[in-house]
Design a protein around this ligand. Sequence first.
Ligand code: F6P
Length: 763
Amino acid sequence: MATTPHSHLARSLRLGFLIAAIIGLATGIFAWNQIEGERQIDLDDVNRRAHAVAQQLTVTVKKALTLTDAQANQALRARLEGYSRLIGFAVFRSDGRLVAAGKAVTDFLDHIEPAVKRAALSDKNSIEVVRAQGIPVHILIIPLPDVGGVLVVAHDISYIDVRATDRLIQYGFWILIVTLLVVTLVMGTTWFTYERPLHKLADWMRRLRTENVVEAPPRGLPSALLGSESDRLAATFRAARSTGWRLSQAALHAEQVWTSDRLRAHAVAALGEAQQLIVVSNREPYMHQLRDGKPHVIVPAGGLVTALDPILQACGGVWIAHGSGDADRETADASGHLTVPPGDAHYTLKRVWLTREEEQGYYYGFSNEGLWPLCHLAHERPVFRAEDWECYRQANQRFADAVLEEIGNGLAVVLVQDYQLALVPQMLKSKRPDLRVGIFWHIPWPNSEAFRICPWGADLLAGMLGADLIGFHLQQHCNNFLETVDRVLESRLDWDHFAVELKGSISHVRPFPISVQSWLERKVPAGEELKQQIADLKLQHKLDGQYIAVGVDRIDYTKGLPERFRAIDRFLEKNPRYHGRFTFVELGAPSRTHIRRYREHISELEALADEINWKYQTVDWKPIRFLAAHHDANTVHAFLCMASMCIVSSLHDGMNLVAKEYIAAQTAQEGVLILSEFAGAARELSDALIINPYDTEQFADSIRYGIEMDPVERRRRMERMYRFVEEHNVYRWAASFLTELAATRSQASKPDSLSLFERRSAL
Ligand code: F6P
């Protein structure tokens, strides 16, 4: 319901009157007490005076009462008249007979006589206040038993009532003034402090939603938190709007799909020919392992290699990475260089050597027992050890030195990859501020509260903020990152441009959803050769005639493999008609097996797969084929092609390229993708069957739905996703990253220019 300034005013008025009523009631009770107190003091005063004047007359009265009534009347009459507020005296015999009275007193005798009789009986002084002819009269009655009489003193006390009424009027007046003041004050305060700023905020939010509002949120909000949160809201809104704008612009201009050739030309234009491209990551794209005493090339599993290798193949350059294969040294030259891909050289790989201790502390320890669980919400507790941190720092320095040595005195654009190398950007910039450095974070960035667990969080952030450009998969991760910087570091944040200034250097933070290249470009079997390969694999794994679902993962607790197996179990439990007809093949690449948690995870999965298989298997059918081994690209491709369904059930994932790899393999566009809502890919691939991996029932039902989906719907969904992945491929990802990086201003090359923040404030 819309609110108007009038309704704000009415609300302030109501509040003002409520407070005024409370204050009025409290001060009224106080005033009443005061008036009653004063009345009591006045009465006490009259009592005292009545006793004093009675005292003075007592001797004379006693003497007169020894005479006859007529003589006594004669003797006393002149002495019994009153003056001022003293109305006068009266004298009675003990039996109530009047002896003598002042003139004014005779008017009240009717009221006095009953009281006199009561006092004579009790023999005690008494005081009564009677109202006679509308006048309040104070009567003091003093029995005189020794002479058989009673003395009465009467005072007019109407002045006490008059005084109380005056005080009541005075108090009433002041209460009214105070009430009016309070109402005005409360209304003014609530209006200026709350109602007006909130009204302005609501108005600003409406315009933020409906127009392209550029001004900052209103100042002077009642809470600082409200102010900073509305700043962020505006920033998020603008970022989302500008991303939307950029995407729509990109869509308008993307007349052709990005290819490796187009990327190469774009990179040359964006970077300038003098600059070389350096990629630095922990994981190398080609690893040499000894097999039967001979070096054997392996392409390691994981999204990083899948995404970056085509970029380097397209643009050329140097990829610097840890040489972790046991035959790596013998296959590289003395300085760790070799050209790759082996036998089809497109770029240079430079291997960095780490000691076993360094690898243990930096890679297994800090990176994968600390940062990995920290960034993934998979309920695995991060472990941070000081000695691991020391190794992490040292190893990062080693990578940074390798990059600097590689560049020499030349110019370069350095693309730092992932959480293992967070300190490298700052290490590079401290030596070579003229380099253009970008870092891409391949995994999620947690919220600021979760990140604060890390004892060296501030150092990590400062390390990353050495980069000119910091990339994440999702806008959400960018938001989390900026909020973390805001909480952890003393820096200047520009939410409008998603930038951070730390010690004079500026980093831009942007989302770049990563992707894959088309399978057609990779040298994987196609046509008849592929058909034969698929036939062989089906024979080998007894898959003929089966509905095949596939999963391809590094074996990692973030991938939701137990949840996947349980959902398959539940699916078979609920749908016995698929017994003997449905097989799920898991191509699981063992990973980080020096970490106990990962070894245990493999055993857990094997046990679970066995348990489920045991429940349903027949002589020639098993529902789950868990193939835990390193699988080459040809095998992965063949399985992705033969599978009618691919299941991705990550508990938390930056992107998950397997989802896109599967779509890219669906040239016939027949397959079904089941995708976890917690994988970054779910934001782009809304035509997948989106599941919550923790919800076994929903997961199992989605498997059935996927199998039984109407072929027209299935094809329509896959067609849309296929087109999306084809257009938003990895070349496009790299091109947008390089374009943004080229657009960032090199601090060193323009030392006298105003910073982004200064320019903003100067406007
Ligand atoms: O998807 C990318 C990624 O998960 C990286 O974050 C990680 O570096 C890689 O794949 C695989 O991990 P590792 O290098 O430890 O084998």
